[in-house]
Design a binder for this molecule. Structure first.
Ligand code: ADP
Ligand code: MG
Length: 249
């Protein structure tokens, strides 16, 4: 007989709030992301989605409340930012690759600089991750010689090469031509099915419905509703979410 391991919390937001100047952008957000699961965050433009993700790897610091990654309260003073960013990978709408470096360099540099890996070790890991996102053989190209979808997959491989515990995706497919979206979502699906913990800000409602374990709705900095995809899309409780879904579905 096997006993199931208890589900550990990979990321926990404890009443986090954040204002820019006098404008509250996050208001007492509470959310648990269990290890090995995917949480999708949806909501209107300006509702605070990016700010919430950015508080998860200290690109922003909440004014109050705590963010825990594993057992560590990353928002406590003295946290090692480089180490936290290697534990929490982030993929942006724009890929932020180094334009003058090869694909391989783009995936090895942070491994060498942040994790202190040797060039050889970093290259071996980079090749493995590039293969896992379907880019084997393109190591010597420059970013400009790749499609937007391929560039985004380089950015994903670059994050994965750091062995993150959690992956954040901020509208990772929003800047792509429609025909390139599928390949990137496919890589994200594959990651989810391999048990990566992911927090995904997306407008791709089909992805949210099919891949997420939970979906959270953010509106004006408040987490209005968090539910399983079935409940979220088929039986939304709050009127605000119902209106939002009517607009986007
Ligand atoms: P979303 O990702 O849901 O579109 P954001 O988290 O980017 O929302 O932004 C939420 C609100 O915070 C918006 O009103 C935005 O203009 C504001 N905001 C975001 N970043 C900053 C910043 N660095 N300085 C001032 N205001 C900001
Ligand atoms: Mg955003």
């Amino acid at each position: 007989m096997t006993t199931e391991a208890p589900v550990r919390t990979a990321v926990r937001y404890e009443r986090i709030s954040k204002s820019f100047g006098a404008t509250p952008v996050l208001r007492e957000i509470e959310l648990d992301v269990p290890g090995g699961t995917t949480t999708c965050i949806v909501g209107p433009s300006g509702s605070g989605k990016s700010t919430l993700l950015r508080c998860t790897n200290l690109l922003e610091v909440p004014d109050s409340g705590r963010v825990l990654v594993g057992d560590e309260a990353i928002t406590d003073r003295g946290a090692d930012i480089d180490r936290i960013r290697s534990r929490v990978g982030m993929v942006f709408q724009r890929f932020h690759l180094f334009p003058h470096r090869t694909v391989l360099d783009n995936v090895t540099l942070a491994q060498q600089q942040v994790l202190g890996r040797s060039r050889d070790e970093a290259a071996t890991i980079a090749r493995r991750e590039l293969d896992s996102v379907g880019l084997a053989g393109l190591e010597d190209r420059r970013p400009a010689q790749l499609s937007g979808g391929q560039q985004q997959r380089v950015a994903i491989a670059r994050s994965l090469a750091m062995n993150p515990e959690v992956m954040l995706f901020d509208e990772a497919t929003s800047a792509l031509d429609p025909e390139l979206v599928k390949g990137v979502l496919g890589v994200m699906r594959e990651l989810a099915s391999r048990g990566m913990t992911m927090i995904v800000v997306t407008h791709e409602m089909r992805f949210a419905r099919e891949v997420a374990h939970q979906v959270a709705f953010l509106d004006h900095g408040r987490l209005i509703e968090t539910a399983s995809p079935e409940e979220f899309f088929d039986a939304p409780r709050s009127p605000r979410l119902r209106t939002f879904l009517e607009q986007v579905l």
